[in-house]
Design a protein around this ligand. Sequence first.
Ligand SMILES: [Zn+2]
Ligand SMILES: [Zn+2]
Length: 423
Amino acid sequence: MKYKSVKGMDDILPQDVWLWQELESRARKELESSGYVEIRTPILEETAVFIRGIGETTDIVTKEMFTFSDRKERSLTMRPEGTAPIVRSYIEHSLGNISPVLRLYYIGPMFRAERPQKGRSRQFHQIGVEVIGSFSPYADVEVLAQLDKLLKAFGLSGYVIKLNSLGCKSDKLKFTESLKQYLADKINLLCEDCRNRVGKNVLRVLDCKKESCTQAMRGAPNILDNMCLKCARHFEEVKSSLKALGINFQETKNLVRGLDYYTATVFEITHPALGTQDAIGAGGRYDNLIKDMGGECAGAVGYALGLERIILALKGHAARKPDRNVIYIATLGDAARLEGLKISESLKDGLALPNLVVLRDMGEASLKSQMRSADRQNAKVVIILGEDEMKEKKLTIKDMRPGGSQVSVAAELVVEEVRRILC
Ligand SMILES: [Zn+2]
Ligand SMILES: [Zn+2]
């Protein structure tokens, strides 16, 4: 019997994990320096959180959730996205009391039962932010500016920020009606998916990429023509502020996003390296969600980035494995093995070196094979504790870099000597 991981749920292996850690640590640094605080919600939520939060007729809720009953027949769902659980937590713990405007971020796995394909797996990982407590267009601007900075901190270039506004709830409703009217005599021209969408989620017809549908939508009403003055002003403010900050964006009038909770500003970040499924992240405003889920009325805006997709977009450039300072301790015999453990601790305590890694053998192989291991690990320094060294209470320090030499020193001088070589 040979077991495999569940389809669409991949291991992140030791040889690849450094890139994940690197992106996560850059994100933490970037976001925390702007006052964002991490929140960690559970993987499982009551299914109702997502039905209420994301919307009953959305693709996620109707086709993509991992939902099951627990032993007491309660319906639970593995989170397909981060916003609904955070809003649930925000209301449950009255997080609005901490600060009138709360800046939150999260990093973690999400789950959707989609057909696995390049950059899209069933367990995928997101970095996201939510700013809760402001209706101001400057919250949108701050979030977008922060997002642009974060992508640059990842070393990413060539991405496009696509921007649109859906207007408020009543604007959306008006627009939905005028779209339905427009499509009334064109239903037969649409693809099967879109024919289903007309009744339930007609806005999604706008972002269908199928040729038949884009043809049929030529001449469709414009979302901006259905917008109230307040929403139009909000959108103008967002755009002019982004221009003033020098942040490039593309106004994209058929960008709607597949989640019901978005109102006003919506955006999507695409990257050409990803082909047809080119979104690396998306977000927008959700001013009704907190109230809809039982909280007090609060404006909110956020986004989520897909880590798998960012890694695809980064392939080949900017992501470089950080240089490690590896010291390898090779020992022979039980006494030397114990001494090696002591030396390893004093090196870690005594050397204030970035990316310091002290490796030790289990002391069961020959010195020769330990030297080979040191080489495979790209050790910069090898410390040898063999029979001779133990007898003379000394150790041998070998500088492994090209042209490096070898010295014999007393055990208490080891930190000083290694520092001399590496620093
Ligand atoms: Zn409006
Ligand atoms: Zn379609």
